[in-house]
Design a protein around this ligand. Structure first.
Ligand code: ADP
Length: 216
């Protein structure tokens, strides 16, 4: 979880003073701000616990730089879907549930996108959609995926210029595993061209990449 702390005006002022004059004691900061040490105590603990300030006994407060959490948050908002999307794996609306299950195994994915005759996004079938269909008595070769898929316009999508953070948020908010990366077509903005996929695996890979970066 990324915790972003919004600083109050007073906390910003404290940071400014410590940046310019640190090491500086709590008493001295209080004096500069015309406040009592007791009034400042909660602000100083927040700033120390969140990593903005370092406190050394009998020396005072130092500016420690921006806390790690905010750096991670900034990075995640800058990483674009465009640079991390994987290839979309799609089947036609007329494909059978049987074909979809085979494709799922061959392509080693958990979700398939379904496209209409023009190749535009028509829906999504997940593992559980296919399992549910398999519980029925009907032959799987005879059920078209278009009958069991979640369909447009209720498909949650992302565009290539959205951030990985926005994608991760959609995956969590809508409780789904996969997001089609799409671009509206020129002739009709409701028709979506399929450009790629972003899944929970995409997000986990980036998480690992960020974790492996050497700290500076
Ligand atoms: P699973 O069903 O295998 O756990 P999901 O959690 O991704 O996989 O899917 C849950 C349900 O949401 C399924 O019925 C699926 O069709 C639907 N679904 C999956 N992805 C999307 C999406 N991007 N937009 C709308 N519905 C989706």
């Amino acid at each position: 979880m990324v915790i972003i702390i919004e600083l109050t005006k007073r906390q910003e002022m404290i940071l400014q003073i410590v940046k310019e004059e640190g090491p500086i004691t709590g008493e001295q900061i209080a004096e500069r701000l015309n406040l009592t040490r007791a009034t400042l105590r909660p602000d100083l603990s927040i700033l120390t616990m969140s990593g903005y300030l370092d406190a050394r006994p009998r020396v005072g407060y130092f500016y420690a730089g921006r806390p790690e959490g905010n750096v991670i948050s900034e990075r995640l908002h800058k990483l674009k879907i465009q640079d991390y999307k994987a290839l979309p794996i799609a089947v036609k609306e007329s494909a059978s549930v049987y074909d979809a299950i085979v494709t799922l195994f061959l392509e080693d994915v958990g979700t398939l996108y379904v496209v209409n005759q023009k190749g535009y996004l028509a829906g999504v079938v997940s593992r559980k959609d296919l399992l549910r269909a398999s519980l029925g008595k009907k032959a799987l070769e005879e059920i078209p995926v278009s009958i069991i898929m979640s369909r447009m316009p209720n498909i949650v999508t992302v565009s290539p210029d959205e951030s990985l953070f926005e994608a991760a948020k959609k995956l969590i908010d809508f409780q789904i595993d996969s997001l089609p990366v799409v671009r509206p077509t020129e002739e009709d903005s409701r028709s979506l061209e399929l450009l790629g996929r972003v899944t929970k695996t995409t997000i986990v890979k980036v998480f690992v990449e960020l974790g492996q970066e050497p700290s500076v």
